[in-house]
Design a protein around this ligand. Sequence first.
Ligand code: ADP
Ligand code: ZN
Ligand code: ZN
Length: 731
Amino acid sequence: MSKLAEVAVDVKHPAVKGEYYYMVPKPLKDKVRVGSRVKVPFNNLIVEGVVIRFLEPGDMVPDFQLKEIIGVDERFVLPQFMLDLARKLASYYATNLIDFLKLMLPPSVSLQKEAVYTTAVEEIGDIRSEIQKEIFRVIRDKGPATVDVISETTGLAKPSVRNALSALMKKGFIKRECRVKSDISQFPKSGAQPVSYRLTFEQARVLEEINKNMEAERKPVLLFGITGSGKTEVYIRAIERALARRKRALVLVPEISLTPQMMERFYARFPGRVAMIHSGLSRGERFLEWYRVYKGDADITIGARSAVFAPIKDLGLIIIDEEHESSYKQMEFPFYDARQVACFRAEAEGAAIISGSATPSVESFYRAVKGEYIFLRLTRRVSGRPLPPIEIVDMREELKSGNRHIFSRKLCSEMEAALSRGEQVILFLNRRGHSTFVLCRDCGFVLKCPHCDISLTYHSSDKSGRCHYCGYHVKAPDTCPDCDSRNIRYFGAGTEKVEQEFKIRFPQVNVVRVDADSTSRKGSLQKLLSEFKGGRAQVMIGTQTIAKGLDFPGVSLVGIIAADITLNLPDFRAGERTFQLISQVAGRAGRGEIPGRVIVQTYSPESSAIRAACGYNFKDFYREELRCRKKFEYPPFCHMMNLTFTGADQDLVRAAAEDVRKILEHRISSLVKILGPIPAPRFRVKDNFRYNILLKSTEPERLIEAGDVLKNIKNLNRKVYLTWDMDPQDL
Ligand code: ADP
Ligand code: ZN
Ligand code: ZN
């Protein structure tokens, strides 16, 4: 009897996406295995799929003639633990298996091969040709060498190299082999020398706890260490320990391109043992890095969120650096949170997990306080340099005394002073919020939702403020409800404007602007950063991309132009983001010999997030934030799921959303609160209209059930596209 395989197939349409049975034809019998990537016919197409199991006697099969698998990628099979992980994720996020299997597969590329020459004997004794002798020596010293390499090393033209090579082969002195072509070996060219420090007292103590835990119960660790306290060094030591126990490590970072210095340290400390998976690689390079991990040739895999799907065997340690970063969340289909995936992996594969940050997420902090995580702290900078003082400038006062500019007088005079001393300045403007909010410039009043405690988004079409969680809306006032002032404004500013105003005041100073627009081209970010680092620009103006990771010793002054923009994001994490922003930005000042200072401009100096950040008083911040989260029912006191309906016909989209709301009301637990449907914060995107429904529940299982209901809705209008995002970030 022929073998029958169940295959998760990669088809687009959600209605037919799923797992199907196929026959394994005789010639492929020994090649197709569980975890194999295969090609199968589907309707009139040939599609890719992954074999997830073979059928066994007694299994039910349909009684029509099954189609046959028509091809198989023989280079690898996904290991069982990855298939199990895909199953776990498909269930948690209510998707199809293939959606996660696809993230685990390497790119389908056929690799280019090249011929290389190696020696077949130790010596070639007495032969006449000097050319042949020289080439033999080159091959012997260099190892496998291509014609190109030999020609470059000897300076001989390629035809004469080829002639000599074939003569040497005929005599049996060398052999010719094939290998997969790769330019990977070129890029980890780290000039950095591995440095090994004597750990500080704090580092040593933290490391001891980590090692003890790795050997024992492997409870998740939260490493709360201020910027510059030596967290990376602790990671490196913990990895050394894991490798010594013949385990492998996974290091997740928010974004590779922003952490070049950290990457160099890993390359230098673990030469030849690091695989780096990132978006800068070509498809071929990605396959090769993936393959090295798969074969067990790399002991340490480093990458951004997608690296969490690397097929690492014997995984012993997972490190999540800057664990509070929202870039760990994939915000498009298939939605997932790499931190959650890492937790599932750690649990299933018996790995330890360390989450590190100078500003842990409120959720992680809460778990640490509750004792679900081991809570470790690094409280001092290795350099011994103090954190820079942070000064708040009250922009209401500026206005009262007649200054209507973007820059306060304080910031201006500090900039003048720093620039005249030849020091560097970073000006920081968060423009992530695409929405504007309503603010009184006299008293700082901001229009907020009474039910959700988030800022209302200003809609110019009907001059209203709207809550995009629950739909609450009011007419935007002409005068301030608190102080009667008519100085009420719709707030939102861009980096370009800051740049313009800066240039008017300091026409002779060189500025670089680093934001999404100026860095959309590949490599342009690195160029701008090195321009600043090299001192060709004295001032950098940018968005939050520059808040993290980077080390510029020449910077003595950091200014946050409008902390209000982050503080009034229409997001329950607005306070948390503000606290993180100020703390991270402060970490950029005074890294070198010059002492640093930070200036924060705001209309809400009394906000607890701003006050706590400016006083480095993280305890106050977390206490107050947790109190609010509890009161308004937000994570960590509840779980959330955000549904998005998208389509070109606004009425159809809204109707579909209303229908789904009714289905949910009937079919899911009353422990789930349903908010909406309401127009999405970005209501119109590329001629499509979008509506949201927000689900909240104290029990994650109830939301998983809701996801399942959504997955099985069959009669949703075909012109409306529905996604559901579990544990949403940046709502
Ligand atoms: P973090 O990751 O917490 O911001 P790093 O690990 O990058 O901190 O350390 C900050 C700086 O201190 C780095 O330049 C690092 O090389 C250096 N460093 C770390 N540990 C030590 C140590 N024990 N002795 C001397 N220098 C150290
Ligand atoms: Zn007012
Ligand atoms: Zn609301």
